[in-house]
Design a protein around this ligand. Structure first.
Ligand code: AP5
Length: 218
């Protein structure tokens, strides 16, 4: 399974990518998670990314391509991958094609998660993530069993810096301007499958699997 999840902030890509990767034993490669870990550790990558991330802007393509090229060569990605949040620009998609070609691999399917904008804003405003491993909750739609604590590892739940309303607005604009052109890029290559991701997470998971089966990626 070599698949890409595409869609606006808050569409549920991370929630579904994590479930799918665990269920099928493939790598969940989330570039946002990689950047948040890098910022938390104060690495070179974290320092390079921070000013873009905090403004809701995209980190430069060449930085992201290096990150993903390295990550795809790690052992757990050999069985397959779910790319979540990458590619996000046409140059990133072209770069991904080059990297995979050099490895004798290719993207098999791209799922476009569709959710109306007011629902995206509600999902991001109520999102809580755990400090230890980034497990994701929502105060209304998928609340933790104990308020403020992760169900999986007990660590503290916090809100993401970039989920402030003004940054969310910017991220949604950036998505339309820089990432939406990928819809035509992948449609033109016959790889695009749309998923109505406005239902509850279990139903969306069923739709994701159905779309991947139809695409021949599962
Ligand atoms: P990133 O972390 O990738 O954020 P994003 O793409 O904006 O996506 P989100 O993580 O916000 O949303 P999601 O679709 O994963 O939704 P989730 O499952 O969490 O990127 C952050 C930043 O990093 C970027 O702005 C940029 O600066 C930088 N960056 C990252 N990748 C980059 C790249 N390739 N190039 C350049 N820069 C890059 O769900 C959201 C909420 O909704 C949760 O609370 C969840 O519990 C809830 N929820 C999920 N599904 C459902 C459902 N079906 N029903 C109800 N609630 C649901």
């Amino acid at each position: 399974m070599n698949v890409v999840f595409l869609g606006p902030p808050g569409a549920g890509k991370g929630t579904q990518a994590r479930r799918l990767a665990e269920r099928y034993g493939v790598a969940h490669i989330a570039t946002g998670d990689i950047l948040r870990e890098a910022m938390a550790s104060g690495s070179d990558l974290g320092r390079k990314a921070k000013s873009y991330y905090d403004r809701g802007e995209l980190v430069p393509d060449e930085v992201m391509l290096e990150v993903v090229a390295h990550r795809l060569r790690q052992a757990d990605a050999a069985q397959g991958f779910v790319l979540d949040g990458f590619p996000r620009t046409v140059p990133q998609a072209e770069g991904l094609d080059r990297i995979l070609r050099s490895m004798g691999r290719r993207v098999e399917a791209v799922l476009l998660f569709q959710v109306p904008q007011p629902a995206l804003v509600r999902r991001l405003a109520g999102r809580w993530v755990c400090r230890a491993a980034g497990h994701v909750f929502h105060e209304v739609y998928s609340p933790p069993k104990v308020a403020g604590r992760c169900d999986h590892d007990g660590s503290e739940l916090v809100q993401r810096e970039d989920d402030r309303p003004e940054t969310v607005e910017r991220r949604l604009e950036v998505y339309v301007r820089q990432t939406e052109p990928l819809v035509e890029y992948y449609r033109g290559r016959g790889l695009l499958h749309t998923v109505d991701a406005s239902a509850d997470p279990d139903e969306v998971a069923r739709r994701v699997e159905a779309a991947l089966r139809e695409a021949g990626a599962l």
